[in-house]
Design a binder for this molecule. Structure first.
Ligand code: 5GP
Length: 190
């Protein structure tokens, strides 16, 4: 089956290219899950997914953990242009859990400028977790504006706008099993 065949027919014509296939994503998340399980041996992890984009990463990562794990979710929104982050972050949904004394791993879909995660790290650190680490499926190093130590990184990608595996454009394409770019004309149609 080609990478494009794995994409639901409804969206196939909108795709310019498949950057990372679902097989590669699966293998990478399994690898990160194994690493994390080793690193946290004997300790429980609280995974904090940043909604909405990280919902699939979180679900797949959790299934590869061999240590105790609980999950919680935050939703944030940044003001500004549709396809870039302004760095002003608003919490739309806060955690349900008190994280004091817990080993927290923030799970992100993609780190672009890094401003969203930088804000979240500062915010969560003030709540006194026992430890706080970051995991991101994707990172765009050339776009980074803040120095952010992301311990668990899936893939480094160039400065292109991607969709799929949780990532949207105009709330669509989150259900693609791979990471892909869209044809330019799709942006005009939204
Ligand atoms: P940052 O604060 O690191 O600049 O932005 C992070 C957020 O911007 C991500 O969580 C995601 O919502 C959005 N974002 C950044 N790059 C992309 C991209 O290539 N595709 C999509 N769909 N969202 C992106």
């Amino acid at each position: 089956m080609s990478d494009l065949d794995a994409i639901p027919a409804l969206h196939r014509d909108d795709i310019e290219s498949v950057l990372i296939s679902s097989d590669r994503i699966e293998a990478k998340i399994a690898e990160l899950g194994a690493r994390m399980s080793q690193d946290y041996t004997g300790r429980d992890i609280l995974l904090v997914a940043v909604l909405k984009g990280a919902f699939l990463v979180m679900a797949d990562l959790a299934r590869h953990l061999e240590v105790g794990c609980s999950v919680d979710f935050m939703a944030v929104s940044s003001y500004g242009a549709a396809t870039s982050s302004s760095g002003v972050v608003r919490i739309l949904k806060d955690l349900d859990t008190d994280i004091e004394g817990k080993h927290v791993v923030i799970v992100e879909d993609i780190v672009d400028s890094g401003l969203t995660l930088d804000y979240l790290v500062k915010n969560l650190r003030s709540r006194k977790p026992a430890s706080l680490e970051l995991m991101a499926l994707l990172t765009k190093p050339s776009r980074r504006e803040v120095d952010l130590p992301v311990k668990y990184v899936g893939f480094e990608i160039p400065d292109v706008f991607v969709v799929g595996y949780g990532l949207d454009y105009d709330e669509r394409y989150r259900n693609l099993p791979c990471i892909a770019t869209l044809k330019p004309e799709v942006y005009g149609a939204a």
